[in-house]
Design a protein around this ligand. Structure first.
Ligand SMILES: *[C@@H]1O[C@H](CO)[C@@H](O)[C@H](O)[C@H]1NC(C)=O
Ligand SMILES: *[C@@H]1O[C@H](CO)[C@@H](O)[C@H](O)[C@H]1NC(C)=O
Ligand SMILES: *[C@@H]1O[C@H](CO)[C@@H](O)[C@H](O)[C@H]1NC(C)=O
Ligand SMILES: *[C@@H]1O[C@H](CO)[C@@H](O)[C@H](O)[C@H]1NC(C)=O
Length: 348
């Protein structure tokens, strides 16, 4: 009877020490990589702000806000000559609102970064940008800099494990399945799945489709009263998993029913028993039956929340945090690289 508790303790000890190993690993990397020059900050110049609004970059923003050292995030174009990286957000290039400074001499070590968190369906006008960028920054796992919409972090050990599953599942659930949709297109695959699913189970819909638009402060409380949340992406493409999973479902405390990239893409970033993938059912009728049964089976339903004992959700929403997070990976990024065919990479 002793060995299980010993194993558990060893397991917890290892989990506690993991961040330490991680830090040591990071530390020893610094200063040795091909992009290294420890005598100064890594300077990231954001050429233009994504979607318009700018954020305050006063002070040592990466250190003060995110405890990321040696990282200087700027948006003054006059600092171009000293920038290690220049980041260009695709949307404004695509709209023609902004242009690349192709007339400027590019210092030999400087990298130009193509930034986009949009799906390929929403990324047009890529051809003009062949042979321009050195690195890509996207939610994709195979981008040079992967910037997901969210991720799971191991819980701190000092928070302990005193929460029972009952504390972790909101206890005010009354609605079987909910969907929040602000942009309804009847031909989207998510709309087809919804229409078909609601023939076998009731689905509560919020958003412009029903004229019942939720105030943003009501979004999570409303979803937490649902057993299941339809985390249906508006575009089906590789690794495209947005806040519809991380925030709307996980943070609200509803089990996500996901429609998006294939199950393996979800399993790569989320615990297998934390979501229900539409593709794993031969029909929406069977999916509907499964949801009905699961709602009634308390123990099995609770199994979908077990991961919450060991993980917490981390969202990325602030462009400053996204950009500062380049610095810790900088030294392990490829020293020499050119995207000769950006469109092929985006559509891959
Ligand atoms: C690094 O950048 C920060 C933020 O701009 C600045 O406060 C700091 O003085 C810089 N350090 C060096 C060594 O240049
Ligand atoms: C935390 O406690 C719950 C039950 O109280 C248990 O099911 C779960 O496995 C525990 N998690 C860890 C990491 O020990
Ligand atoms: C349901 O409970 C959760 C916490 O368990 C709370 O955050 C949320 O506001 C509640 N929702 C409603 C509609 O009362
Ligand atoms: C970055 O891309 C440019 C444009 O293709 C290229 O000329 C340059 O050699 C690349 N720099 C590095 C360091 O890879």
């Amino acid at each position: 009877m002793k060995s299980p508790s010993f194993c558990l303790r060893l397991f917890l000890l290892l989990i506690c020490l993991a961040p330490l190993f991680f830090l040591v690993g990071q530390g020893s990397k610094g200063g040795r990589g091909p992009n290294s020059d420890r005598s100064h900050n890594i300077t990231i110049l954001l050429w233009h702000w994504p979607f318009g609004p700018s954020y305050n970059l006063e002070g040592d923003v990466c250190w003060n806000r995110y405890r990321i050292p040696d990282c200087r995030l700027v948006d003054q174009r006059s600092l171009y000559p000293s920038a290690d990286l220049v980041v260009f957000h695709h949307r404004e290039l695509m709209n023609g609102q902004e242009r690349l400074p192709l007339h400027l001499h590019r210092p030999r070590h400087q990298k130009w970064v193509w930034l986009s968190l949009e799906s390929p369906d929403n990324s047009r006008y890529l051809k003009p940008f062949n042979n321009v960028f050195n690195w890509t920054m996207s939610y994709r796992r195979d981008a040079d800099i992967t910037m997901p919409y969210g991720k799971l972090l191991p819980k701190n050990c000092d928070t302990g494990n005193d929460s029972s599953t009952e504390d972790i599942i909101p206890n005010n659930k009354s609605i079987l399945a909910c969907w929040v949709v602000s942009h309804y297109e009847p031909q989207h695959s998510r709309s087809l799945v919804y229409k078909s699913l609601k023939r076998s189970i009731p689905v509560e819909v919020y958003g412009r489709l029903r004229g019942s638009v939720l105030a943003s402060s009501d979004l999570l409380p409303t979803i937490s009263s649902c057993y299941f949340y339809l985390s249906f992406e508006n575009s089906i493409s590789k690794d495209y998993i947005t806040e519809k999973l991380w925030r709307n479902a996980y943070q609200a405390g509803a089990v996500p029913v996901v429609l998006g990239p294939p199950p393996d893409d979800y399993i790569a970033v989320a615990p297998p028993n934390s979501f229900i993938h539409v593709e794993n059912f031969p029909s929406t009728k069977e999916l509907g039956n499964y949801l009905c049964q699961l709602q009634l089976d308390k123990e099995r339903y609770a199994g979908y929340f077990a991961w919450r004992h060991s993980y917490q959700v981390k969202l990325y929403t602030d462009w400053r945090e996204r950009l500062c997070s380049i610095c810790p990976q900088y030294h392990s990024l490829p020293a020499q690289k050119v995207y000769h065919d950006l469109e092929a990479w985006v559509r891959k």
